[in-house]
Design a protein around this ligand. Sequence first.
Ligand code: HAM
Length: 430
Amino acid sequence: MTVQAPRGTQDLLPGTTEKWQFVERKITDLCRRFNYQEIRTPIFEHTELFQRGVGDTTDIVQREMYTFTDRGDRSITLRPEGTASVVRAFVQNKLYGSPTQPTKLYYFGPMFRYERPQQGRMRQFVQFGVEALGSKDPAIDAEIMSLAMSVYQELGLKSLKLVINSLGDTESRNNHREALINHFEPHKEELCADCQVRLTKNPLRVLDCKKDREHPAMATAPSILEYLNEESGEYFQKVQNYLDHMGIPYEVDKNLVRGLDYYNHTAFEIMSDADGFGAITTLCGGGRYNGLVEDLGGPETPGIGFALSVERLLMALDAEAVALNENSGVDCYFVSLGDKAQEEAVRLTYELRKAGIQIDKDYQERKLKAQFKTADRLHVKYVIVLGENELENNQVSVKDMESGEQQEVALCELVTYLIKALQGDKQDGK
Ligand code: HAM
């Protein structure tokens, strides 16, 4: 039997990788405009980082991590998300010491979760994420959400919904926690085994349980918004005011709790409203995590961020039939005939590439007609033809594939000629 890729993973093939590159370029450009800088952290970390960072009562830590013991007897985990790693790197590299704060970071990279694969849910997926560390200004919460929305909007998506909630500060959460225990305690025996443990350890996680989702007590559970103290309530109001000022529409969903333990105050998700998007509608999730930096050994530093998967982003683009303007091909193709011409074609192709021109040539020793066919298939703008006759005259013939016109060009002028022609095409919007 032939070996297949593991369940929940995928090969990205030419034709698709161009879309990924296009999206990554767009997002990188957006990050620059918002002044976020790239950070790259290891793909595996000590397991303890996620147990402490993400929280050991979460689904991610309890059953979704790829964890193994390495040859040095250490427990290692393939990262299931990026925030814990970024915070670890922030602490370890003392980024809090930089004079420009907040520290505004972004990352792209594969994440690993042992989930049941379905459309939009992979075991290896690529997250783009953003973290702003060192500010508790509600304006940065709004900035983070505006950046997340801009990613989708600038790529051309329209059917989007921003949903926000507040999980409050420690005091508000403790009050809510007590209310949740009182609410669920009479139903304890009806809940799943995990939720029975969660009820005492971390009752907020009960609201997030996939198994007990339909239990009637879920719908009537007390909402955190009713338990926000004055400070948390004011903070949440300010975040909303900034969103209003920026003209970003949103909905408050008092049941939004998010699946990771580090959140407090602002929590948000962006959903796709597009018909045919599929069962999983969440495109992006994030929130504030004041306290995480201290939990991972750093000085008191507030933080907020979000992450989205490129897989779900591309699904949304498909669902809304947005065509990306990615440029995948080459501009020119070199066609040559005869051994001497082939030698010269190899040299000239290299010359042209060094000059910045996107060009390919034949490597199958094909006849002239077949080489032209390939050029057609590649949708090139110019074909450069070199046969024995041209070679004798120290020139090539350049064919404009759109107009069909053919021009003789001296070998020594070919680079300048093509650069000029391609620049002219660009100005004409071709
Ligand atoms: P999360 O909600 O677990 O949050 O994941 C964020 C996003 O990653 C989801 O909205 C979804 O787009 C994508 N995602 C998650 N799991 C999968 C999967 N199995 N297959 C495909 N896509 C998936 C976090 O990871 C937090 N670290 C976000 C954050 C950053 N909060 C603050 N800063």
